[in-house]
Ligand binder design. Structure first.
Ligand SMILES: Cc1cc2nc3c(=O)[nH]c(=O)nc-3n(C[C@H](O)[C@H](O)[C@H](O)COP(=O)(O)O)c2cc1C
Length: 488
């Protein structure tokens, strides 16, 4: 350790990652997240900071010569057993101790409130941010509140069955965990905590390309019969993309969700500003790479902006998995997707993180169903999903009434995981199950097949000026964007 500690400058920078010692001096200027984050752990064990962002196999991108040694395994094990807890982990545990007990969470917004305490400011900024003025982010919630329910009474609702099928696979309710990058930023178990929560509650999980766990870790954690899908960011390098798809298929993923709304990552200013604050005092870092880009942009520079409709047959030619396009945002593109012969689409604005003032997923769903019908696309030819702002069982009901097979959720489960690990994920999903059962009972729809367009009044969903009663829970939790502070 003393030897490693003597290489702690930008001219000579060694870092320990997963018990191996790397000379990162030449990599500093090429690191997409900037040199400063590496220099922060120069001469030390940087595993905790590395693992929060990267899967363990990410070190394979370094040339072999970068590895200058390995910690003696016995000494490394003894060090881990006796060593003080990593300072960042220590801080995390202190923050977790301040969270309310899990039993005090009664709705999905309660998890968001707990996560504001549990997460580091950097992780909070990355998870919670939306793009530009965050108008689409807020409208994802508000759009559900512009849709009103039309309950039916005198229906026998003694037994309510909320189970369904997603891409032909059974699910305990019409819900899947959508792909969200960088799980270990919120919890040391990362995406695996979501895998465990999904297994306990019997819903599918979509694995992100940019997970902080490796594909092997996430698929090894799968329980018997558990369903996982794979979310794909298409890289410039076709061979690399093909390898990702084959690996996902070989490892048992049951559907390929190609993200189509991110040829460039949106400007997420909370994330960018946090990165700037983090790095600003590091006077010794004269590299500008990634300096104020935020976590999101730093990890996504490989995404190919050239992805186009003509590429669909190529995906078909290399996989047997059903193909679903994630991030369709208008009726015209829904029709194009149907004509392209994909198996499904997700109406989504990426949790309000891409094009600001793009419509919410629920609004795009209503528009797309009408457009598909007008274009003569037979209902059921293509499965429809939506995500963005789903926080209540009644939101799931509204999406189903408008034509969705199921909905995805992102942030609420990241928040539940960050504050309470997989127990939190399970409780959050159970809350949605309870709320959906109650909604279906009060709506007079004992099964998901009974839910019909006539159960909702969605006339106002695309009217953005309508006033709706204040949603005090999510409003109170929303942290407005801030301007830079003056030096005086
Ligand atoms: C922190 C975070 C990371 C995300 N990462 C990805 C990603 O890597 N790929 C992707 O297709 N979508 C990603 N998304 C979008 C989600 O899959 C989903 O569309 C969105 O979170 C749904 O909105 P909700 O958070 O309101 O539930 C991410 C969302 C968040 C909040």
């Amino acid at each position: 350790m003393e030897d490693v500690a003597s290489h702690a400058t930008k001219e000579d920078c060694w870092v320990i990652l997963h018990d191996r010692i790397y000379d990162l001096t030449h990599f500093l200027s090429r690191h997409p997240g900037g040199a400063a984050v590496i220099l922060k752990v120069a001469g030390r064990d940087g595993t905790a900071a590395f693992a929060a962002i990267h899967p363990p196999d990410m070190v394979d991108i370094l040339p072999e010569s970068a590895c200058v040694g390995q910690l003696d395994p016995e000494a490394a094990a003894a060090r881990k057993a006796s060593a003080e807890v990593d300072p960042e982990e220590k801080e995390r545990r202190l923050r977790i101790a301040k969270c309310p007990p899990l039993e005090a969470c009664f709705n999905l917004m309660d998890f968001e409130s707990a996560a504001q305490t549990a997460l580091s400011p950097e992780a909070w900024a990355y998870y919670s941010s939306g793009s530009d003025d965050e108008i689409s982010l807020r409208d994802n919630r508000a759009a559900f509140q512009r849709i009103w329910l039309r309950p039916r009474v005198m229906v026998n609702v003694l037994n309510v069955d909320i189970s369904t099928h997603i891409l032909g696979h059974p699910a305990s309710l019409p819900l899947y965990i959508s792909a969200t990058a960088l799980g270990r930023l919120g919890h040391p178990d990362g995406e695996i905590a979501l895998t465990r929560g999904a297994a306990t509650t019997a819903i599918p999980q979509m694995l992100p390309t940019l997970a902080s766990c490796s594909l092997k870790e996430m698929t090894d954690a799968r329980a018997d019969g558990q369903v996982q899908f794979y979310q794909l960011y298409v890289a410039q390098d076709r061979d690399h993309t093909a390898r990702l798809i084959r690996a996902a298929e070989d490892r048992g993923c049951k559907g390929l969700f190609i993200t189509v709304d991110a040829p460039q990552l949106g400007r997420r200013e909370k994330d960018m500003r946090m990165k700037f604050i983090e790095e600003a005092p590091k006077e010794q870092d004269d590299s500008t790479a990634g300096r104020n880009e935020g976590a999101a942009r730093a990890i996504s520079s490989f995404i190919h902006p050239g992805l186009a409709w003509e590429d669909i047959p190529w995906f078909r030619s290399i996989t047997r998995m059903p193909i679903i396009l994630k991030g369709i945002q208008c009726g015209e593109d829904a029709v194009k997707a149907a004509h392209a012969g994909v198996d499904g689409i997700v109406l989504s604005n990426h949790g309000g993180r891409q094009m600001d003032t793009a419509p919410s997923g629920i609004e795009a769903l209503a528009e797309s169903v009408a457009a598909l019908s007008a274009a003569g696309v037979p209902p059921g030819q293509m499965e429809l999903y939506m995500d963005g702002g789903v926080r209540r069982g009644s939101d799931i009901f509204k999406a189903l009434a408008l034509g969705a097979t199921a909905v995805g959720i992102g942030r609420p489960l990241l928040y539940a995981m960050s504050a309470y690990g997989s127990d939190g994920v399970v409780r959050a999903i159970r809350i949605l199950q309870d709320e959906l059962i109650m909604t279906m009972r009060l709506m007079g729809t004992p099964t998901v097949q009974d839910i019909q367009p006539g159960h909702v009044n969605a006339r106002m969903v695309s009217v953005h000026s309508s006033s709706v009663p204040e949603d005090s829970l999510s409003r109170a939790l929303y942290k407005p964007l801030v301007a830079p502070k003056s030096k005086l």
